[in-house]
Design a protein around this ligand. Sequence first.
Ligand code: Z5A
Ligand code: MG
Length: 210
Amino acid sequence: MVKRGAFIVFEGLDRSGKSTQVARLVESLNQSGEKAVGCRFPDRTTTTGKMIDSYLAQKSELDDHAIHLLFSANRWERSQAILADLEAGTTVVCDRYAFSGIAFSAVKGLSYTWCQSPDIGLPLPDLVLFLELAPAAAALRGGFGNERYETSEVQIAVKDMFERIGSDVGSERWKVLDAGRDVDAVEKDVRGRVEELLKKVEGPVGKLWA
Ligand code: Z5A
Ligand code: MG
């Protein structure tokens, strides 16, 4: 039987280096002979993703509940493909996931448990690497863009919400990494934690919030 792949998620605030580390990890795993693919949420290429993209770009308005459900649907659309990759022995490295979904919606005042519910049963990550970066350090990486949520007020509120989510997920699965170090140092830390994980991944993929 093929050993299943690991499901690894990167979370963190704006400019914490998620996309950089996802790309580096996928490349280094493939170079060392481990099959790995990247994915990202929102996936702006699908029909729901195009609606999300328009909302984030502030070209359209949507009710807070409706956009939350679209972000969740965007993950469900991809969930069978993620499971298929994992079962085929490919590690999946994902840039944001359902934890961003809760964090950004709950800070707008939606109920935390309501925010969790549409994602119940999605593939459960084996490891969540939360890239922690002080807002002042993030600011040195360039100014905010023009997308919705790219303000310091939202980012600070979201950071607090991520702390609550991390404690609900539990410290076995949710690891906080100092993202204020240089890119190579963060990558080395990530790689060490992923090597530990790959030794112990076994059994069926779990279900989120189930
Ligand atoms: N959202 C939501 O509301 N609900 C949901 O369910 C989901 C998401 C899934 C779009 O996210 C928005 O959608 C997001 C949450 C919401 N809103 N916000 N904020 P996105 O993923 O498309 O965009 P983002 O992740 O916020 O921004 P980003 O710019 O892509 O950040 P990043 O991926 O973490 O950073 P990066 O691109 O790797 O690096 C940023 C810059 O810093 C770049 O110039 C790098 O070269 C540099 N960098 C990276 N690492 C370092 C280090 N270690 N030192 C120095 N410089 C570095
Ligand atoms: Mg990114």
